[in-house]
Write a protein that binds this ligand. Structure first.
Ligand code: ADP
Length: 374
């Protein structure tokens, strides 16, 4: 095996899609995978299987790799500090990653930066929540994803499960939002920064269902504000690689930050087929401190629809059906077994007419999920 230029911790679909870009750029990746068959282990020949919470396992993976990056944000920061002390560049670094790992830390830091956020407070008791005021959204500060660890609280009883979790909890005002937006930026250690067009992300049951790029009918001033905000957060927090800033567009036309992700993000998958340079390629360029590529859209509209596990159990067999119905839709399967609601792939359509593009992407997504166009 060639000496790796980059170690990637975590073997999910994000690492798998990084590998697609790495092939073109001639970047040799060594991967730490959670199991022999996980999504990225299937496509990265130089992989080790092990536990990312074990420092010696991390040391073995990064041994001869100068730079380390991540498929997820869960590597313990103290391990990353140890790797840095041993001469490996962790990108993003542990000090930045904290703000993607801990929503309490993220809220207080963004507050210091003057970034617009929902009113929020750490709560430790029902009395704290009462003085914060209802309705509210209560979240675990750590470990939540895809809506897990988030409770909408309208009456005291709605918070029982949250308090029973025994986790540190953050209360936020229940934001009255028109829609959810996402602003992605790539930033390199030497400070080069590029932001992508702001997209609209549509959720179903707390999970991203589809993304429209760019966000339709977004006030250009608000779009510029979102991009500037994301660039400023990336610079202030010294993020390297991709930063996704999930935003609410409130019903009265303001932006509020929901949360931060420091890795390629589901709301950026459209860029593989829709932008001059995909988020995965720009993530690799950024963490290796190579010049970044253009982030502009290649065509007026791009729509990405997630394939969430449904009644179709064999996606590979279903592929021919989808391609026959929608030959121009780009298919991205993650090599994962189908489980209800699990993200197992995505499809992307693009073109000049948003309604037509949306219909094609949904049809292909529906054929992969339930065998019927949705
Ligand atoms: P996760 O870490 O699971 O993605 P989020 O903090 O993004 O959790 O919350 C999941 C979803 O819950 C958001 O996408 C949004 O739809 C809703 N949500 C989160 N915070 C608020 C809030 N303060 N007001 C209204 N809705 C919210």
């Amino acid at each position: 095996m060639p000496t790796p230029q980059l170690a990637v911790i975590g073997g999910g679909q994000l690492a798998r899609m990084m590998q697609q870009s790495a092939i073109g750029l001639g970047i040799d990746i060594r991967l730490l995978a959670e199991g022999p068959d996980v999504s990225a282990a299937q496509v990265v020949p130089d992989h080790l299987v092990g536990d990312y919470t074990d420092l010696d396992t991390l040391r073995a993976v990064v041994a001869d790799a100068p730079v380390v990056t991540f498929d997820h944000e869960h590597v313990p920061p103290e391990h990353l500090r140890a790797l840095q002390a041993e001469g490996h560049a962790c990108r993003p670094g542990p000090d930045a990653l904290l703000f993607a790992q801990d929503k309490g830390a993220m809220r207080s830091r963004l507050g210091e930066l003057g970034a617009p956020c929902p009113r929020n407070a750490i709560i430790t008791s029902p009395a704290d929540l009462e003085s914060f005021g209802l309705p509210a959204v209560v979240k675990t500060t750590r470990g939540g994803y895809d809506g897990k660890g988030v409770w909408v609280v309208r009456t005291d009883a709605d918070a029982d499960e949250a308090f029973a979790s025994g986790r540190v909890l953050l209360a936020e005002e229940l934001v009255d939002f028109r829609r959810e937006l996402s602003a992605l930026v790539a930033r390199s250690p030497s400070g080069e920064i590029r932001s992508y067009p702001v997209v609209e992300s549509r959720q179903a049951d707390g999970v991203c269902a589809e993304v429209v790029a760019p966000a339709p009918d977004l006030d250009p001033a608000l779009a510029a504000e979102a991009r500037e905000l994301a660039e400023r957060i990336a610079a202030e927090l010294d993020v390297t690689g991709i930063l996704a800033v999930e935003l609410f567009e409130t019903t009265d036309g303001r932006l509020l930050v929901n949360e931060l992700a420091m890795r390629p993000h589901n709301t950026g998958h459209w860029s593989i087929d829709g932008a001059v340079t995909s988020q995965f390629e720009n993530h690799l360029r950024a963490v290796l401190d190579l010049p970044l590529g253009g982030t502009e859209a290649r065509q007026p509209w791009t729509v990405m629809v997630n394939i969430l596990g449904g009644t179709v159990s064999d996606l590979v067999a279903q592929r021919a059906v989808v391609l026959a119905a929608e030959p121009d839709v780009a298919v991205h399967l993650y090599g994962k077994s189908v489980k209800a609601g699990r993200k197992v792939g995505h499809v992307t359509a693009y073109g000049d007419d948003l309604d037509e593009v949306l219909a094609r992407a949904r049809r292909a997504g529906g054929l992969f999920t339930d065998g019927t166009p949705s």
